[in-house]
Design a protein. Structure first.
Lengths: 433, 308, 315
């Protein structure tokens, strides 16, 4: 890196501030409160991780498990001696799954709690609403969102996604399996908002590359609670239904789909996002038996389960069925929450590589993470090996396809990491730090 | 799917929506009519109904039918009592001032949502339907100049959905009988027409208010218990029913029960049928604009009369 | 009357002075919060013009806020317009939407007006989702830092942002004061108090109400456009029902029909959520209880109560 770590993005800052001050109070020397907030941390002080958590609002079911996973990961890191000999402290703030509050929470981390980094956001709109503020405050912002927003180049150099793959890579890696095993004539059902549109665009392109086609795109309004009336739009000659609904109404969606088709249904392929935190054995979901799902990380412990996965389950408190060990009805968001665990371990590795001491080393932390490439399958990365792309700030990894058999999700296919690659759309390293 | 069967399917689906909506909205219409206040927390009573139905069936265990029937009897009463209590503790103190009631009920909405989140949690949980058979439906079509019956692909409904439509009808009929034929109904109508005069005639207006508020909430809870085997109980599920019932009450003509039922039918069915012709989100936009334009050109609702 | 006017000028001048001076003493976090609150308070003041002074309760103001937000944002993202003209686009978009809604919705009154505005706002929200190709739907889009430069000033800089938010707030405050003190404002209040009588006195009530809707919409749109450009994000959640309820809540809390009420209400609600979320995760519970208590014990809102008890001259 030839860039100076201290070269500011907005070169004329102090002079402009001075000018404004002159304008405002006639050249008074009153110190603005925004400088000198960080007087250099003492080495015994904990490293503070601002955890933006969806405790309320639509993301609450995910938020609870992100919280548990994060707590478990922090406890492990602290047991193993912390980061650079300093303990890790999680400072959690609820963002209400709202982009406005999300941005406020980021400000609170940076300026009130004096956190070293921001971390942990899932919902895309909260990430996109918060990232500009993180960039302005120069707060490294590690998101666990699986959105394509980071790699698309929409955000900034301070926003990274090193612990979970993005929707574009997930979706395109599914197309070969679907085309080879399930059928080439696909009907897609997805929510009519950005997350659904990503699926629509990337999967349609990917399946066409495999010689298949999408017969019909059925976009469901996000506020919808009953679905049967949309199903007649599914063409008769559909071989595969690709579904990716989210939100509390997904159970209704699956149930009504089952009632619509009755005994004869086409093949079905879905994203587990629909059924995260939902028991596959719930009444009405019998219909899913024999259908296929993308899973970021298989919820049910598989026969060939790795020691790393067993370790991860044990530390977070998840049983072999993906539910809480203390309450078998409390099903986890297993396909996503590993992202929190892995991201914290990336942060640890990054801070140690950068010799992180305090907020003045934040640019060095960003550069250290950007320099990462291979992340081996390990206790730190229980979901599988990964490759981080420092230019796009996005990690790439294996994807899993499972089949519902007797109310359990059994692994049938694991994609290679290469299946998930696509050409870079941005090079964040060209942006100033 | 052919056009005819598709339209029939959409109509049936619309009828289920309409049935539940009619129940929920009649509760709001009752409160609005008699007490002249807008209860923003009405959707939360709906949500509580669904969540309590889950609790009850869960606690009892046993057969789905038993649990559901008990939930159907117990839950509306519980929610009704809670609402009546809310009325006596809060709304009475602010003298049913329209604007203050809006803020107070927004506060109540927050309280109910948060308490539910803390106790019941953020998950959407299903209640098993007492019975649920898929019924394939036939369609009649001309084939070679003759009428013939066939079973189109996908055209079906479940027995439970039919039962929801039927029970909503029965409950609404009962409500109408109570309002028009019983002494209780007389007291409510008297209070609705002239509060002071009713008071002068010895009607315990305060008690009537508490009762009406409770009854309104109970109707919402009842609708929720009926729908929860189809949709799941979730702590944020109250928003949509509130908006829709609100619309229904206004379109139907303020506080008019028959108007509300007709408006619920109109909105439920049009929601289903419009979705046949347009892409889903566009259909929602059009259905929403339709409601707005009905009001723009019939400001007192479809069935309302101008009040002094 | 003149002493009242003097007192009122003094009070509002003092409030502005305190707000301005506070940027030099507040810690960074609250400094940023105040900038945000001033923008949102401008939105609430726009709302108050219609609700507090004219007596029209709208449940669809998020439409105007979002019109400003997206008018500004789309002008930038789709047509590469600069920050200044984009802001103007936002305000124009809000004003136009306000004019259309005003023409349609004012055929109704009372609760029907509430519903019609609610429905139009809901249709607007869905429209944003429908045109996801341009708006990125619920996810929204970022206004990149290089685009957020107005008159050579970088709006993402905290000090500049505060100053810009303060300017927007000043515009809103002065506009509200001017309206309230003008003959136009007096007619609006007359409409609120008794519409039929105002009509009988020969005023074209519909025309006045229409002007109030448009004015209120423009101010809300200004706040929306400013919010987007100052905080760098444009998203559909700002068009949802919630953001129509918020200004109502802020205004009622602060005191409907008072010029400063919206500021007080917004500030109060912001810190109520922020502080209680520090104490407990159940902050919504606290917010709910406080709302209920306020309606029971301070029915006219905080400033309304003050006006009733102490400062009878408060505008």
């Amino acid at each position: 890196m030839t860039k100076s770590k201290t070269a500011p993005v907005k070169g004329a800052h102090p002079t402009r501030r001075e000018a404004l001050k002159t304008l405002a109070i006639g050249g008074g020397a009153a110190a603005l409160p925004l400088w000198a907030r960080y007087a250099g941390a003492q080495t015994s002080e904990p490293i503070k991780v601002g955890f933006q958590v969806h405790r309320t609002g639509i993301g609450a079911a995910y938020g609870r498990w992100y919280d548990r996973t994060t707590t478990a990961a922090a406890a492990l890191i602290n047991e193993e001696g912390g980061i650079n000999g300093r303990p890790l402290e999680i400072v959690a703030e609820d963002d209400g799954t709202d982009p406005k509050r999300g941005a406020e929470v980021i400000e609170k981390f940076a300026t009130q709690h004096n956190c070293d980094i921001g971390f942990g956001t899932l919902f895309s709109h909260v990430v996109i609403g918060s990232a500009p503020r993180a960039g302005e405050l120069k707060l490294p912002y590690f998101v666990v969102s699986e959105g394509h927003h980071v790699a698309s180049g929409m955000l900034n150099r301070y926003t990274l996604q090193p612990g979970i793959t993005d929707v574009k890579s997930q979706v395109q890696a599914m197309a070969p399996f679907v085309a080879d095993n399930l059928g080439k004539k696909v009907t897609m059902i997805f929510p009519d908002f950005a997350f659904g549109h990503d699926h629509r665009d990337y999967f349609t392109a990917a399946i066409e590359a495999q010689g298949g086609e999408v017969l019909e795109h059925i976009a469901i309004p996000p506020t919808e609670t009953s679905f049967t009336k949309y199903f007649p739009k599914i063409p008769r000659d559909t071989e595969v239904i690709y579904h990716v609904m989210v939100g509390p109404a997904v159970l209704t969606f699956v149930k009504e789909l089952g009632e619509f088709f009755g005994p004869q249904r086409p093949e079905m392929f879905g994203f587990i996002d629909s059924l995260e935190a939902v028991n596959i054995g719930s009444p009405g979901l019998e219909f899913l038996d024999g259908t296929y799902f993308w899973e970021g990380n298989p919820r049910y412990a598989q026969d060939n389960q790795s020691d790393y996965d067993a370790f991860f389950r044990e530390r977070v408190g998840v049983d072999a069925n993906g539910a809480s060990v203390s309450d078998s009805k409390d099903v986890s968001t297993y396909a996503h929450m590993f992202g929190c665990w892995e991201t914290l371990h990336v942060v640890k590795a990054g801070m140690e590589a950068a010799g992180y001491q305090g907020p003045q080393d934040r640019p060095a932390l960003i550069e250290a993470v950007e320099a990462m490439t291979g992340l081996p399958h390990s206790n730190a990365h229980p979901q599988g090996a990964k490759i981080f792309n420092g230019k796009t700030h996005q990690v790439f990894g294996h994807q899993y396809i499972t089949k519902v058999v007797d109310g359990k999700l059994l692994l049938v296919h694991t994609t290679s990491i290469e299946d998930t690659f696509y050409p870079d759309e941005v090079d964040y390293t060209t942006q100033a730090l | 799917m052919d056009f005819g069967p598709y339209l029939m399917l959409a109509t049936l689906e619309g009828a289920v929506t309409a049935a539940v909506l009619a129940l929920t909205a009649s509760g709001l219409a009752l409160v609005f009519g008699v007490m002249r206040v807008v209860n923003v927390a009405h959707g939360e009573f709906f949500m509580l109904g669904a969540v309590l139905a889950w609790w009850v069936t869960q606690m009892l265990g046993g057969s789905a039918v038993m649990g559901f029937v008990i939930a159907l009897c117990v839950v509306p009463v519980l929610v009704g009592c809670l609402a009546a209590l809310t009325d006596m503790v809060i709304l009475k103190r602010i003298s049913y001032d329209p604007e203050r009631t809006i803020v107070a009920t927004i506060g109540i909405l927050y309280i109910f949502q948060q308490v539910t989140l803390m106790t019941y949690g953020p998950d959407a949980r299903p209640v098993a339907p007492p019975f649920n058979t898929r019924i394939a439906l036939p369609w009649i079509d001309f084939v070679d100049g003759r009428l013939s019956l066939y079973w189109p692909w996908g055209l079906s409904i479940t027995s439970y959905k039919l039962a929801v439509i039927a029970s909503a009808g029965v409950i609404l009929l009962a409500l109408w009988l109570v309002m028009t034929r019983s002494k209780l109904g007389l007291m409510m109508r008297a209070t609705e027409q002239d509060r002071d005069m009713a008071l002068a005639f010895g009607i315990p207006v305060e008690k009537v208010y508490a009762f009406v508020f409770g009854l309104g909430a109970a109707l919402a809870a009842l609708a929720a218990v009926l729908i929860v085997p189809i949709q799941q109980a979730h702590y944020l599920m109250g928003g949509d029913p509130l908006l829709l019932s609100f619309i229904v009450v206004i379109i139907g003509g303020l506080g008019s029960l028959p108007g509300a039922v007709l408006a619920a039918l109109l909105i439920g069915l049009s929601d289903g049928i419009i979705s046949v012709f347009f892409s889903p989100t566009l259909a929602k936009i059009l259905a929403t604009l339709l409601v707005a334009f009905v009001l723009v050109f019939r400001p007192h609702g479809l069935f309302g009369v101008r009040r002094g | 009357m003149t002493t009242d006017l003097k007192k009122s000028l003094l009070l509002h001048g003092a409030v502005l002075a305190v707000l301005f001076a506070s940027q030099f003493v507040l810690p960074a976090y609250h400094h940023g919060n105040l900038a945000r609150v001033m923008i949102l308070a401008s939105y609430a003041m726009g709302y108050n013009l219609l609700f507090g002074y004219t007596g029209l309760l709208s449940l669809g103001h998020a439409l105007f806020f979002a019109a400003g937000l997206y008018g500004m944002g789309l002008a930038m993202s789709q047509f590469d317009v600069g920050a200044g003209p984009a802001l103007v686009c936002g305000v124009i978009a809000g004003t136009l939407v306000g004019a259309v809604i005003g023409m349609l919705a004012l055929r109704t009154e009372g609760v029907a007006f509430m519903i019609v505005t609610l429905m139009f706002a809901q249709a607007g929200y869905l429209t944003i989702l429908y045109f996801g190709t341009y708006t990125r739907g619920d996810e929204g889009f970022v206004i990149a830092q290089p685009d957020r430069v107005l008159l050579g000033l970088d709006l993402s800089d905290p000090t500049v942002r505060f100053f810009a938010a303060f300017t927007v707030f000043c515009i809103a405050l002065i506009m509200c004061l001017a309206v309230v003190k003008s003959r136009f404002g007096k007619v609006l209040i007359a409409i609120r108090e008794n519409e039929d009588r105002t009509q009988m006195l020969g005023y074209d009530v519909t025309r006045y109400k229409f002007s109030a809707v448009v004015l209120s919409a423009s101010l809300s749109a200004l706040a929306g456009a400013a919010y987007g450009i100052l905080f760098g994000y444009v998203g559909a959640s700002f068009a949802s029902v919630q953001y129509s309820i918020f200004p109502l809540l802020w205004v009622l809390l602060g005191g409907a029909g008072t010029v400063l009420g919206p500021l007080i209400g917004t500030l109060f609600m912001f810190y109520l959520i922020d502080l209680s979320s520090g104490i407990t995760t159940a902050y919504m519970l606290i917010a709910g209880v406080v709302l209920v208590l306020l309606t029971v014990f301070a029915p006219q809102g905080i400033l309304g109560e003050l006006r009733r008890r102490v400062w009878k001259w408060l505008p």
